[in-house]
Design a protein around this ligand. Sequence first.
Ligand code: GDR
Length: 403
Amino acid sequence: MPNVPITCAQLEDPLEVISSLAALQLRVFNSVSIDRLTYSMEVTPTSKVALITGVTGQTGSILADLLLGLGYEVHGITRGSPSDVPTRLAHIMAGHESMKHRFTLHHCDILDIQAFSEILLATKPAELYNLAAQSSVSVSFKQPHETFRVDGLGVLNVLETVRLFLPTVRVFQASSSEIFGKATTSPQTETTKPHPCSPYANAKLVAHTLARVYREAYNLHVCSGVLYNHESSRRGGNFVTQKIARAAVKISLGLQKTLELGNLDSCRDWGHAKDFADCIWKMMQTDVAEDFIVATGETHTVRDFAKKSFAVVGIEVEFQGTGIHEVGLHSKDGSIIIKVNSNFFRPTEPVHIVGDASKALQKLYWRPSYSVTELVEEMVSAQKKEISKEFELDSLSNLDRPK
Ligand code: GDR
């Protein structure tokens, strides 16, 4: 294997590493650092082409950043309007030429097999990441048909299109820890028996099983990543972590009085979406397609996540009471800043969702790089900036904070 020297300055700019390696017209293995993650990868002179469905979502947009950073030509699919610039992609679409010219946004519904197959044939990706989904568990109880349409039938369409038109493409299917639901084994592994307990989880299990069936029946390179909860500053505001991060900042600034939450005892294995995107990419680089659990192996309650988030803005929360009567009090003045609202309860909840990602460690050399504390700090800090922009506050420090 040729030894290509890389300078420290180059290491700070992965694109430069890739272009200098490409200029040497060599196939080499090397280590590239992108935003605290290190990639051991095979770099080829011709950049790879990737297609991401659901590219405007949190994980889709983070994956787009990652792949562009690795030198890929990236095509993304969204159902959104062609006249809108998706917020999470604005930095790419209005960004540096070196990124912008390698990114194309396509508009189609993955349920539209004709439109989807045209995009697949026009772009001919080496890697297809299927992240398109109705991703809210609570919405799935209210809209089970729509959830099954996108999360179940949509995946069947993607796999059928691949089988018929581009069977050589590598496919990643975003599976979910929700498939385990009321599983009796904890932590869960790739062999744990699923026990879904929501329409969302059920649709995801159908998709997870389809991915295996297409791999085995048609010898397609399809891998499923069983993704546990993954968060970041790009998380949608209807998910509990972002809802908490936002409320903590607003309450600290006197812009909101209370935060209403559902089940405070719910536990989740929360990781950082950047770590998860890294694992998803690594999964796609293996010659044999397999399913992997992607998780941190640690759980925290919603209550704990709230405590940590308020601590970042300097508020200590003391919880009192139980069940629907539990409240979170501001330790300084005893005011109620967190309440339980049964409207946020779900008809059923997974029991103990925590993943064992040993297989990803052994086969992909993947382990999460962010702790939950770092994740909380990042999310709350991002909300501080966001809210200060929204409310056109010149300086947060000038505000009259609640005592
Ligand atoms: P989840 O994420 O359902 O696990 O699915 P969410 O953040 O919605 O809920 C996590 C837990 O928090 C409890 N909870 C609340 N949830 C919301 N949204 N709002 C509240 O006010 C609230 N109060 C308590 C919930 O009951 C739940 O137990 C996420 C999604 O990203 C899925 O797409 C993905 O597949 C799974 O994670 C892994």
